[in-house]
Ligand binder design. Sequence first.
Ligand SMILES: [Zn+2]
Length: 89
Amino acid sequence: MTEVVLESTLTCPLCGHVCTETMPTDACQWFYECPGCRQRLKPKPGDCCVFCSYGTVPCPPVQEFIMAYVESWTRKPRSKRYAFDQAIL
Ligand SMILES: [Zn+2]
């Protein structure tokens, strides 16, 4: 069984700052303060947390959902699916 990935690399949509963060396993992180521009980022509409919106890996609850329901993952955007595959394989 594949392990849940806890590190995600966030790219700030405002200044392009890239930072690898460890995600909490028990909750979604709704806000993230960019270390580059000090702006508080919020998830995009339809995303549960900033990692799903701006990170290379979706948040742990989402990953667990994916592992349980692989079928539904195929409906996710291809770019994000690719990044997830890269992270777990
Ligand atoms: Zn920024």
